[in-house]
Write a protein that binds this ligand. Sequence first.
Ligand code: SIN
Ligand code: NI
Length: 265
Amino acid sequence: MTVNTPITEEHISFYRENGFVKIDNMLTADELELLREYLEEAMQTTSERSVQTDKQGGLYYRVLNQKVNTWRDHAGMGRFSFHERFAQSALQLAGVDKMRLFHDHGLWKMPNDSKPTPWHQDTPYWPINEAEAGMMSIWIALDDVNEQNGCMAFIPKSHKLGKLTGIDFLEPQNIFDYVEGGQLDDRKPVIVPLKAGSCTFHNGLTFHYAHANMTERPRRALAIIYMPEGITFSGASHPLTDGLNLSKNDPVKGPLFPVLAVRDA
Ligand code: SIN
Ligand code: NI
């Protein structure tokens, strides 16, 4: 079945060269309105199925009010976290044959004493063996974002450096200290303001950062993390995989990791 996406050849070559790409108007106005409603509800839900990273008053909460796997609490979130247009766009950008859901995140950056999300790669935090190009995220803005309220920034080509170390979000190391001389010619960040309903995609290895939220309203975003078929479990303890009876090196698949997109024949 053909799924229409907004992805062009220019987007694909930009993504593969730089490790991120911006796509305007990924959501229709109606979808944006629904997603705001559903994610607001999901962020207020308490359950054992999703994972709330920190509570109000905690140190991590100053960086991010984050809920992992909102779709497990809210069926409406499933419409977005499994959205074929988003997943097919990811598949086209990465150039893989099959894309599964890995997980989703509600990512609110709260007002008051907000801290930036430090420069990091995503892949080092995941309990998987591989660091493949198809491990990637869509980051959808539910509010207009700029440098005042927590828009993202990326280091072009940093995905070519391979997997480095996970950065501590509370006492962040300088990720650039892990880059050997000459490996990254230009470290200039590209700051990416977005209109609500627009998005970026980034490779799990791309260095990225988000500004603190200096405004009086939450900065609301949804990230969906995709993985290509064949990704395997590293054996590390992680809230995403604990209790799933996965053994080290098993493929990550099963009821929580459905296939969302397949390359058109
Ligand atoms: C953020 O939303 O502040 C950070 C998102 C990310 O690290 O992917
Ligand atoms: Ni990240």
